[in-house]
Ligand binder design. Structure first.
Ligand SMILES: [Mn+2]
Length: 437
């Protein structure tokens, strides 16, 4: 009997709030401690280990300290990149930790003509052969899956595990089905386990062959308000311990919960309410809430106000009340609260990222090439960078590149140069790093 753990989407370093940041790290510590207790043979981490490619160093140190515990118990770690900790143009912290020998990246490949031949890494203890494909920033994943040398992947002998960081169309829940996904048919066949990352939801799928499993554990804690809202509404967070029985050739995946704190979620509909009415509603809800000690309290206020602006409402007063009631952290989400002055905004979403994506999609849809344009080179450039999904890809990546903040101790010149370099790379104006990490 062999056992391995599958952990994903830790998003370490996510959350500006120090308490949430800490809970997230605690969830990772808990997962690793359980892996050690359960004596798993190895751990597979399928991307978005960190929330960004260059996280704060104190957090990196603590994550490393936790991983070292597993390594000291002889537990090997296999890690692929996710869309959050991957970068095409510069170095990710994952590269540095990999160079230091902390874990193995089973994502090496050979490019033979126009095909990508993935290399397998054989785990010493279990003899499982592991390979995988990392997540990219956004979009274009399917292009890489299209290029895979499937025959080589499928004809490889022995027990195989495939690690990936992408949505699969057929098994993605409808409410998460924005953004790009790949069809099931693009996964190579004949593997015993397909370990997925990227979807922040727990999904177990058993293909018809009855011999394999596709599993998304979902995040250990979560990195957005929506994640926590899902948790409060019953989504359990944790990871999987997968056992393989050699004699019967059967595979079993057990979900292990890593809950650190309870989360309470309440929504208030304030459609067509005045500022005073909204304040009264929130106030009476907050007054009635009990038993909040050491819990995360989330309140979502939604609707279109009859008059006034969001900033007319004194939200911090309610947060103070909640903290006086000993809530560990409280959040009043007003992303879905719209004042009449802002109703010209036509897209809604629950997170900034989602709203940005929708706005970009809408704007890009209206970009067309002027039929009078004759220069083929320019036309092709526009097509490949600015039109339809290519345009969305460029815009989303440009936004991510320009969102980067100055790192402490980085000079302004270096920072500007780094931003410029990333932006140019996104626009295809510098030498593009064609390597797939
Ligand atoms: Mn993620």
């Amino acid at each position: 009997m062999y056992k391995f753990a599958h952990i994903t989407d830790c998003h370490l370093g996510a959350w500006r709030n120090p308490k949430l940041k800490e809970i997230n790290l605690k969830a990772f510590q808990k997962a690793i401690s359980i892996c050690i207790e359960e004596k798993v043979d190895f751990i597979a981490i399928t991307g978005d280990f960190f929330d960004v490619n260059v996280p704060e160093l104190d957090h990196v140190k603590r994550a490393v300290d936790i991983m070292i515990q597993a390594r000291r118990h002889g537990i090997e770690i296999y890690m692929i990149y996710g869309s959050h900790d991957f970068t095409a143009s510069t170095v990710s912290i994952i590269d540095i930790l990999h160079s230091a020998g902390l874990f193995i990246k089973p994502i090496e490949f050979e490019q033979i003509k126009d095909k990508i031949k993935l290399k397998f890494i054989q785990d010493k203890k279990t003899a499982f052969k592991i390979t995988g494909l990392s997540g990219r920033k956004t979009g274009l994943d399917s292009e890489y899956y299209d290029l895979l040398d499937m025959e080589a992947l499928e004809s490889e002998e022995d027990l195989k595990i495939f690690l990936f960081h992408a949505s699969i169309s057929e098994i993605t829940p409808v409410d998460l089905a924005h953004g790009e996904s790949i069809p099931l048919s693009l996964l190579p066949k004949g593997f015993i386990y397909y370990g997925g990352g990227h979807l922040h939801r727990r999904i177990e799928h058993k293909p018809d062959d009855g011999k394999s499993m596709i599993v998304y554990p979902g995040p250990l804690f979560g990195s957005t308000f929506t994640d926590l809202e899902d948790t409060a509404q019953g989504e359990r967070r944790g990871f999987y311990i997968v056992s393989y029985d050699n004699d019967n050739e059967t595979i079993k995946a057990d979900f292990i919960e890593t809950k650190i704190v309870d989360i309470i979620f309440n929504a208030i509909n304030v459609n067509q309410n005045t500022v005073k009415q909204i304040e009264d509603k929130i106030s009476s809800m907050v007054e009635q809430m009990e038993d909040l000690t050491d819990k995360i309290v989330l309140i979502k206020v939604k609707g279109t106000m009859v008059s006034g602006k969001r900033s007319d409402i004194n939200f911090s007063r309610f947060e103070e009340t909640l903290s006086a009631k000993r809530a560990l952290v409280s959040f009043i989400n007003r992303n879905n609260l719209v004042s009449p002055e802002t109703t010209q905004v036509k897209v809604y979403g629950t997170s900034i990222e989602e709203i940005e994506k929708k706005v970009i999609k809408e704007r890009i849809a209206s970009i067309k090439i002027d039929p009078a344009m004759t220069d083929e080179k320019v036309k092709n450039f526009i097509k490949s960078k600015l039109i339809s999904e290519h345009g969305e890809f460029t815009a989303n990546n440009l936004l991510l590149a320009l969102k980067k903040e100055k790192i402490e101790n980085e000079t302004l010149d270096d920072f500007e140069e780094r931003l410029m370099y990333e932006a140019k790379t996104v626009m295809g104006l510098s030498e593009i790093n064609k390597e797939i990490k």
